[in-house]
Design a protein around this ligand. Structure first.
Ligand code: NAD
Ligand code: MG
Length: 385
């Protein structure tokens, strides 16, 4: 099956999604060749991955760390550094699919370069679409490439969408676990510690998205992601709390049929689907055990306790520079929370303030998006309650 061999580059191979991607590759090694991997700080793991997968390229994306990388890992592997290294890997002629799994706005440039070079994108880095959704989707359409969702909700919607025509879709319903503080009162949310925010009840993820899940900013970003990825207006996007994380999202069609995608919470499934699409194959993801009783609850979200959801809706509706501002403000505020500078509830309040007083541009180009991203980060550093 050599003709079906997929040549993949994994941007952010040392992260949670990156490691799960390599699990998928390991389980179907005859289907993939790992052309390149990148990592920012965990260089020991990056080196181990390089030894195991023998990629043509390894990128140490934090170029100040290059001298700490053990060389040579393999004779056939070249080691590159920085954003330039990421771009060189993502645009190589021998790469078919780029797995975009860097966290935060740092993922935008490499993903953009890969789309420009005509690569299929398996997109975990939702921030790319939050920041620059219309520009990214336009570029993808100009280059005739597919952006295949890795985010579990968007993968579920993408899969369920195959049950009807686009014109028959009434709405999509994103499920949310509700995070660790689903039942907290407003008063309890004020006192949330970093340690509490970093322990998610159903998913094991990197620290930034784990905090985003706790504030429900992750769902806000996913509303915006769905808006651009599927080209849906905001009145066709809903959210429901589903604590068990078994139904990953749903599509309601015009006749009232609701198609859901169900599986245990395990990112290997949506990652594999993005890599196997339009086909499926047996893989390493956990399967639902229907021999034991289990429950699926659905509860409407509480916008008062989780105001991030309102921000997500508003930003998805207004578009323009709002996505870049919200995303950057949130990244900076989450870092502020993790370093003890902001309280948990101040993450969303600070984002709201910065969004409210930014200079709105309805049609920013990429340069403007990057500029306003920088501005919003600095605003958060200056922010006072
Ligand atoms: P993570 O923190 O575990 O890993 C992030 C990866 O990005 C690492 O390889 C790290 O070395 C690299 N990185 C960090 N900063 C960088 C920088 N400045 N430049 C270049 N590379 C850098 O994060 P994760 O949980 O794997 O999430 C990755 C992306 O996938 C995020 O956009 C997240 O929203 C999305 N996502 C994650 C999950 C999940 O289950 N973890 C689910 C859905 C979507
Ligand atoms: Mg998700």
């Amino acid at each position: 099956m050599t003709s079906d061999l997929k040549n993949i580059a994994i941007l952010g191979s040392t992260g949670s999604i990156g490691c799960s991607t390599l699990d998928v590759v390991r389980a179907s090694s005859e289907r993939f060749r790992v052309v390149g991997i990148t990592g920012h700080s965990n260089l020991e793991l990056l080196a181990q991955q390089a030894v195991e997968f023998e990629p043509a390229v390894v990128v140490v994306s934090d170029d100040s760390q290059l001298s700490n990388f053990p060389l040579p890992v393999n004779v056939q592997t070249s080691v590159l550094a920085g954003q330039d290294g990421i771009i060189e890997l993502a645009t190589r002629d021998d790469v078919d699919v780029v797995v975009s799994a860097i966290v935060g706005s740092a993922g935008l440039q490499g993903t953009w370069a890969a789309i420009e070079a005509g690569k299929t994108i398996a997109l975990a880095n939702k921030e790319t679409l939050v920041m620059a959704g219309p520009l990214v989707m336009q570029l993808a359409s100009d280059r005739g490439i597919s952006i295949l969702p890795v985010d579990s909700e968007h993968s579920a919607i993408f899969q369920a969408m195959r049950g009807g025509r686009p014109s028959e879709v009434a709405r999509v319903i994103l499920t949310a676990s509700g995070g660790p503080f689903r039942n907290h009162t407003l008063g309890q949310l004020e006192d949330v510690t970093v340690e509490e925010a970093l322990s998610h009840p159903t998913w094991e993820m990197g620290p930034k998205i784990t905090v985003d899940s706790a504030t429900m900013m992750n769902k806000a970003l996913e509303i915006i992601e769905a808006r651009w990825l599927f080209g849906l207006s905001i009145d066709k996007i809903d959210v429901v709390i589903h604590p068990q994380s078994i139904v990953h999202s749903m599509v309601e069609f015009c006749d009232g049929s609701l198609l859901a995608q169900m599986s245990p919470p395990d990112m290997k499934l949506p990652i594999q689907y993005a890599l196997s699409y339009p086909h499926r194959w047996a893989g390493p993801a956990a399967k639902l055990d229907l021999s034991e009783a289990f429950q699926c609850d659905f509860v409407p979200p509480d916008y008062e306790r989780f105001p991030a959801l309102l921000l997500g809706r508003e930003v998805a509706e207004r578009g323009g520079t709002c996505g870049a501002v919200l995303n950057a403000a949130n990244e900076s505020a989450v870092a502020g929370f993790l370093h003890g500078r902001l309280k948990f509830t101040q993450i969303v309040t600070a984002c709201r303030d910065v969004l409210n007083h930014h200079e709105y541009d309805p049609n920013p180009d990429l340069e403007r998006v990057i500029q306003i991203d920088r501005w919003a980060r600095e605003e958060i550093l200056r922010w006072k309650p």
